[in-house]
Design a protein. Structure first.
Length: 318
């Protein structure tokens, strides 16, 4: 639901910033942040529970997860994802996973953690660019539908048709009537997907405003991350409440029995990756298929004479 990627692409191509990035972000004010305790109430995903307030917005303080523990847990989950991959192909399953959330919520890192050790031919990531003029004239869902999985595929949407409920609504790229039509129609489209045999999983990554700001600031001076910070991210920075209202309306209209939303707290990137992969694996019944024992055959090397071709080796600076 953030502003990057193909979401707000109705506004044309990305424009160059008139001022250095750091000038768009005022210096952080020193303030004390009180985090809510990690109780059963704050863990709840009962989004409409008035007694507990709105647990989606509650930031839960947890101890940082060290790299060794993270890598150990991730390795085990990667083995299970490979088992799932083989089962999906074996049974001809069709799996569609949607990732939404605010800018800086950790969607990209989570998707990378999922796909790191599996086949890109089976786990296919869809991150659509700005729509063409032809696509803008089509049925709204049309450009997404053609990317849905066939038998033996797992398709992951890095932002999806829910752009209309989020960035397009907040940034004024569509009319209120178009938003309402989307919210009314999305459950029916998703029901059709599920009834056609697609296993549909929808994840919302929730991050606090403090952590989001920290991550966005971190992108300004990091040459590895600067590409993640777009002009649209900066325009969206001061519209936290508008995005909250859009999120809540989206949940209310599209959290259905056949395609529910699953909310993952994303204050700790490592923990949210492990939690989502664990949950994902629990939502798709699979079995470990037998693996045939492989023995490499003996091979003969040395019968061919050395070539004198002048190979162009790259400089070895490391």
């Amino acid at each position: 639901m953030g502003a990057a990627g193909g979401a707000g692409s109705h506004c044309g191509g990305e424009r160059q910033l008139a001022r250095p990035l750091r000038e768009y972000f005022p210096p952080p004010r020193r303030r004390r942040i009180t985090l809510q305790r990690d109780t059963s109430a704050t863990r709840s995903m009962a989004m409409g529970n008035k007694k507990n307030g709105n647990p989606v917005d509650a930031a839960v303080k947890t101890a940082p997860l060290d790299n060794k523990a993270y890598e150990k847990a991730l390795r085990k989950l990667h083995v299970e994802l490979v088992k799932l991959q083989r089962w999906v192909v074996h049974k001809g399953l069709k799996v569609c996973i949607v990732f939404e959330g605010r800018d800086g919520a950790g969607k990209g890192g989570t998707i990378k953690a999922i796909t790191e050790r599996v086949s890109p031919r089976i786990f296919r990531v869809v991150a659509l660019p700005s729509p063409t003029e032809r696509e803008k004239s089509q049925l709204y869902f049309q450009r997404y539908i053609k990317h849905l999985p066939a038998a033996g595929e797992i398709v992951i949407f890095d932002r999806s048709w829910y752009n209309r409920a989020g960035v397009e609504r907040v940034m004024g790229f569509c009319t209120p009537e178009e938003v309402q039509k989307f919210l009314d129609g999305a459950p029916m489209v998703e029901r059709g997907m599920v009834e056609s045999g697609i296993i549909l999983l929808k994840y919302w990554l929730e991050v606090s405003p403090q952590e989001q700001e920290r991550r966005l600031r971190d992108r300004i001076d990091d040459g590895r991350k600067i590409w993640k910070l777009s002009p649209m991210d900066i325009k969206s920075f001061n519209r936290w409440d508008e995005y909250t209202a859009a999120r809540d309306a989206m949940f209310a209209a599209t959290d259905t029995a056949w395609a529910p939303w699953f909310v993952a707290r994303s204050e700790d990137k490592k923990r949210v990756r492990l939690n989502i992969i664990t949950h994902l694996l629990s939502q798709i019944p699979y079995e470990a298929l037998p693996v045939e024992h492989v023995t490499l055959p003996k091979r003969k090397i040395g019968k061919m004479k050395q070539t004198n071709f002048p190979f162009r080796f790259i400089p070895e600076k490391f």
